[in-house]
Ligand binder design. Structure first.
Ligand SMILES: Nc1ncnc2c1ncn2[C@@H]1O[C@H](COP(=O)(O)OP(=O)(O)OP(=O)(O)O)[C@@H](O)[C@H]1O
Ligand SMILES: [Mg+2]
Length: 272
């Protein structure tokens, strides 16, 4: 994989806030780093949680600059090394990025994709999106091949996922015919919760094999690793090892989907 025509670019989205988008983006990035892949995380959330967790040393330009009017530079020049080490780089965020999150249809949907052109020597790009489907997420989706939808197994999960997939379809038809759903991540699953069991079954019967297996359980290690700015893959606990195995599985699924494999068959289950 050498340039943006073949590098899988995956956006991590949800309509609802706080369901685990950043945790999934970081888990994938940590899994890719552990496998020696040249990985880039684009933090498109003005909250900057991925930027904080990835602990870069010096921040120069941010996603706010890359999406600014008349930006002529290349994304590759703005990437900074993550404090996690390995071949992991980051496009940082900053609070001022919020000003780019105007409603869609403003005509700026391709800014990120254009900045990413000729991004070389990268094996995987992961985009952490904000909890909205406005312009920042539209820019991310317009630049992506694949999208992961994150949800918790709660009451509004099915309708939330439905709305997210419908938004993906709008962007696919309007701006990016390459875009495909790669899967739904059910996060913070507690196997002893009857409600969680019920909602997981509901999601699986609605979206079938689009729901990634296994689901991601609630594990304090996920939060602890983030709070310490280290990959969960390096956190020393059984919960961290379990989460790491699951993230490795999601990574391989994404890479296979990027090669035109699993994502296509998974997409059969989707109801847009
Ligand atoms: N599987 C998990 N087990 C335990 N804690 C988790 C898990 N997934 C996420 N969390 C915690 O839940 C909180 C919210 O997760 P996260 O920040 O990833 O959500 P988000 O969807 O990115 O939020 P936002 O919409 O604000 O960007 C964080 O404190 C995170 O550490
Ligand atoms: Mg987040």
């Amino acid at each position: 994989m050498a340039d943006s025509t073949t590098v899988p670019v995956v956006s991590v989205i949800s309509l609802k806030g706080g369901v685990g988008k950043t945790s999934v983006a970081l888990g994938l990035a940590g899994a890719a780093r552990a496998e020696g892949l040249r990985t880039v995380v684009l933090d498109l959330d003005p909250q900057g949680n991925a930027t904080t967790a990835l602990d870069p040393e010096d921040i120069g330009l941010t996603a706010n600059d890359v999406l600014a009017d008349g930006y002529q530079g290349k994304l590759a020049d703005t990437l900074v090394a993550s404090g996690w080490g390995g071949q992991l780089r980051l496009l940082p965020s900053e609070p001022a990025l919020e000003r780019r999150n105007h409603p869609s249809d403003s005509g700026d949907e391709h800014r990120l994709r254009l900045a990413m052109s000729r991004l070389r020597d990268v094996d995987l790009v992961v985009i952490d999106c904000p909890p909205s489907l406005a312009q920042l997420t539209t820019n991310a989706l317009a630049a992506s091949d694949l999208v992961l939808v994150v949800t918790e197994p709660t009451m509004f999960a099915v309708t939330g996922v439905q709305q997210a997939l419908a938004a993906v379809d709008v962007v696919r038809q309007g701006f990016n015919l390459r875009l495909r759903p790669a899967g739904i991540v059910v996060n913070r699953y507690r196997p002893r919760s009857v409600e969680h069991q019920y909602r997981q079954k509901e999601l699986t019967s609605t979206y079938r094999d689009l729901v990634l297996a296994p689901v991601l359980p609630e594990r304090s290690a996920v939060m602890q690793a983030q709070g310490s700015c280290v990959p969960v893959q390096r956190w020393p606990s059984p919960g961290a090892r379990e989460a790491s195995r699951i993230f490795a599985g999601y990574l391989h699924h994404i890479l296979a989907a990027g090669r035109g494999g699993a994502g296509k068959s998974l997409a059969k289950g989707t109801r847009l």
